[in-house]
Design a protein around this ligand. Structure first.
Ligand code: CDP
Ligand code: CDP
Length: 215
């Protein structure tokens, strides 16, 4: 069983994908980390993230980089959304994600284009969303906890800019797949969101395909 979990920044998709992987005993890949790894290398090398050819040369990296705590930084997320708009960068990271999705026994992947491009064949597709203000509040709380001194307005502006870039790019833009079920976490606790996601997957499994709300 392949479970595709897509959605914008701080919608809760990572938390939900991890919980689903644990619940169903499946391996999990946070595909945002791949773009973040490329972004971190671009930043370390002081390259211009807008120069596609330079960025493509950063796409062949060791899996160990995915454990680097610096990948979680907000500046890295922002650069990731710039480098991820380059078609050649997306192409360079495609096979890695497809291989993960297609391993025997199944997998959970979360990102922006899992249900539409990486694994359109996924048995279960969730599109997780929450209002921009609520997502900004969540990200702001995380950043404050990490010691960053940044205003909520700044975080909200960054989230909107990132949503915009991710949804408007021509190659694999962020969008809900036609056969994906929508999960709005705006007013759900983490536990409630996870419970709902588990129930959606169970329902999809029971009917041997896409989630109930799409049928
Ligand atoms: O992966 P994504 O950026 O979509 O979001 P996340 O990392 O799963 O969640 C972002 C933040 O929101 C985390 O601090 C979560 O604990 C929190 N969260 C929440 O407050 N309520 C939810 N229903 C889901 C996540
Ligand atoms: O955790 P958060 O949602 O803030 O970001 P992320 O999932 O780590 O993704 C960082 C950036 O990578 C996004 O803003 C996207 O531009 C890009 N990305 C993408 O284009 N396709 C994916 N499947 C995953 C991430």
């Amino acid at each position: 069983m392949i479970i595709a979990v897509d959605g914008p920044a701080a919608s809760g998709k990572g938390t939900i994908a991890r919980a689903l992987a644990q619940h169903f005993g499946l391996p999990h890949l946070d595909t945002g980390l791949l773009y973040r790894a490329v972004a971190l290398r671009v930043m370390d090398e002081e390259l211009d993230p807008a120069r596609e050819a330079d960025v493509v040369a950063m796409c062949d990296f060791d899996d160990r980089l995915l454990a680097d705590p610096r990948l979680r930084g907000d500046d890295v997320g922002k650069t990731a959304s710039i480098v991820s708009a380059h078609p050649l960068v997306r192409a360079a990271l495609l096979q890695r994600q497809r291989r993960f999705a297609q391993q025997p026994g199944g997998a959970v992947l979360d990102g922006r284009d899992i249900g539409t491009v990486i694994a359109p064949e996924a048995e279960v597709k969730l599109f997780v969303k929450a209002t921009p203000t609520i997502r900004a509040q969540r990200r702001h709380a995380e950043l404050r906890k990490g010691g960053a001194n940044v205003s909520l307005d700044r975080v909200l502006a960054d989230i909107r800019a990132r949503d915009d870039r991710d949804a408007r790019r021509s190659d694999a833009p962020m969008r809900q797949a036609a056969d994906a079920a929508l999960l709005d976490t705006s007013f759900l606790s983490i536990d409630a969101a996870v419970q709902k996601a588990v129930a959606m997957v169970e329902a999809a499994k029971a009917r041997g395909g896409a989630p109930a709300s799409t049928r």
